[in-house]
Design a protein around this ligand. Structure first.
Ligand code: COA
Length: 338
C-alpha cells in the first residue's frame, strides 16, 4: 500500500486531481453522478491556504492497480474537540484490506494533535438494512464498511442528511415579517459585517444538534471570517450572503451559499437565526432570498447541496417545505484513539 500525504509541493495539482477522480467515482456509485465529489481546485486551495486555527491534511492510498482511498483530515488547534476525517473508498477496493490502513492514518493524525478520538464521516451505501443514529432520528445503510467500523471499535455518533434543490424549481423570495429586514451581498463579507457574520457562525455551531460526536463550538473572529472566505474564493467559490436585521438593527440571522465557479453546483453553508429571533419565519425568508439571488446571478446553477444533522428538525422542516429533496446519508463515527 502506498500512502501519499498531499503537501504544497509541485505534485499537488496532480494529486488533488486524483482525489477528485476518486471522490467522483464514489459519488457516481452512491448517487448516480459526481455532484458530491471534492474538486481538485478546492483541495489545492485547502492545502495551500490553511486557515488558522484549522489544520487540514489529505492522504491518498494506492497500489499498483490505482487509487484505493482518499482521506481528508481536519483538526481545530484551539478548541479541544475531536479530530475529524472524511473517508472515501473506491467502489472496487476491498474495504477489509484498505480500511485498516485508513483508520491508522486517522488515529496517527489524532495522536499528533493529542486528541482522544476522531470523528469519521462516511457516505454509506443505500442498502435496506439500516443503522439508526443514537439520537433516534436518521439512519444509514448497514454496509460492509459500517460493520468493519464497529469491529474496529468505532461507534455511530450521528447521522447527516444530504439534500439538494434546483434553484429554478424553488419558490419566490418570502419577505420577512414583524419589522425585520434583509441585507445581502455577493463575494466576501464587507469588513463592517465580519464580526456579526462570525457571531452567527458561532450560533450555528453552538445550536445545531451534535449527537454523540463531542464537537465543541468554535470561535469565529472577524479575522477568521475574512480568512475562511478568502480561502473559499481561492477555491473558486462565489459567495452569496443574506443577513436578517431586527427592527432595532441588531443582527438576527444569516445564510450563505457558495457557488462553485465553472460548474452547475452550489453549496448551502450555514443558516442560523439567533435564539431571541426564532419563530418569525426568518429561516424561510433568508433561504428563499438566497436561492433567488443564486438563480438571478448564477443562472447555470442547477443544484444547491446541503448537509444537515438528521435530527435538526427545525432546519429540515423548513428545507422540506421549500422543496429540498434528500439525496443520501453520511454516518459520523466516533473512533477512540488509544
Ligand atoms: C433552523 C433555524 C434557522 C430556524 O429558525 P426559524 O426560522 O426562526 O424557525 P421558525 O420561524 O420556523 O420557527 C418555528 C418554531 O420553532 C421554534 N424554533 C426554531 N428553531 C428552534 C431551535 N433551534 N430550538 C428551539 N426552538 C426553535 C421557534 O421558536 C418557533 O416556535 P413557535 O412556533 O412556538 O414560535 C434555527 O432553528 C437555528 O438557527 N438553529 C440553530 C442553527 C442551525 O441548526 N442551523 C442549521 C444548521 S446549518
Amino acid at each position: 500500500m502506498q500512502i501519499t500525504m498531499l503537501g504544497p509541493g509541485e505534485y499537488l495539482l496532480r494529486q488533488a486531481e486524483r482525489v477528485e477522480q476518486l471522490t467522483a467515482t464514489v459519488s457516481h456509485n452512491r448517487v448516480g453522478n459526481a455532484k458530491l465529489a471534492w474538486l481538485g481546485r478546492e483541495i489545492v486551495a485547502a492545502v495551500r491556504y490553511q486557515v488558522p486555527p484549522i489544520v487540514k491534511d489529505w492522504a491518498l492510498l494506492s497500489d499498483e492497480g490505482g487509487d484505493l482511498a482518499a482521506v481528508e483530515l481536519e483538526v481545530n488547534l484551539v478548541s479541544g474537540g475531536p479530530a475529524e476525517a472524511e473517508i472515501w473508498l473506491h467502489p472496487d477496493a476491498d474495504p477489509a484490506l484498505v480500511l485498516p490502513f485508513v483508520l491508522e492514518i486517522c488515529r496517527d493524525f489524532a495522536r499528533e494533535y493529542r486528541r482522544n478520538n476522531v470523528i469519521l464521516w462516511y457516505l454509506h451505501a443505500d442498502v435496506s438494512e439500516q443503522l439508526t443514529s443514537p439520537t433516534g432520528i436518521g439512519s444509514i445503510g448497514r454496509d460492509v464498511v459500517a460493520d468493519l467500523l464497529v469491529s474496529a471499535g468505532a461507534q455511530l455518533a450521528h447521522v447527516y442528511r444530504i439534500s439538494e434543490i434546483d434553484p429554478w424549481s424553488a419558490g419566490e423570495p418570502e419577505p420577512p415579517a414583524d419589522g425585520y429586514r434583509l441585507a445581502h451581498w455577493f463575494g466576501p463579507t464587507p469588513a463592517r459585517w465580519r464580526a456579526q457574520v462570525g457571531t452567527m457562525h458561532e450560533i450555528t455551531m453552538a445550536d445545531a444538534p451534535i449527537g454523540e460526536t463531542g464537537y465543541i463550538a468554535e470561535k469565529f473572529s472577524a479575522d477568521r471570517v475574512a480568512a475562511d472566505e478568502a480561502s473559499a474564493v481561492e477555491a473558486g467559490r462565489l459567495l452569496v450572503t443574506v443577513l436578517a436585521l431586527a427592527p432595532d438593527g441588531a443582527i438576527a440571522g444569516l445564510t450563505q451559499i457558495a457557488v462553485q465557479d465553472g460548474t452547475t453546483v452550489a453549496y448551502q453553508w450555514d443558516t442560523s437565526v439567533a435564539s431571541g429571533h426564532r419563530g418569525h419565519g426568518l429561516g424561510r425568508s433568508l433561504k428563499t432570498l438566497a436561492t433567488a439571488l443564486v438563480r438571478e446571478r448564477y443562472g447555470n446553477v442547477r443544484r444547491i447541496i446541503t448537509h444537515n444533522a438528521a435530527d435538526n428538525v427545525h432546519m429540515l422542516r423548513i428545507n422540506t417545505e421549500l422543496g429540498w429533496r434528500p439525496l443520501a446519508h453520511k454516518g459520523l463515527w466516533s473512533l477512540p484513539v488509544g
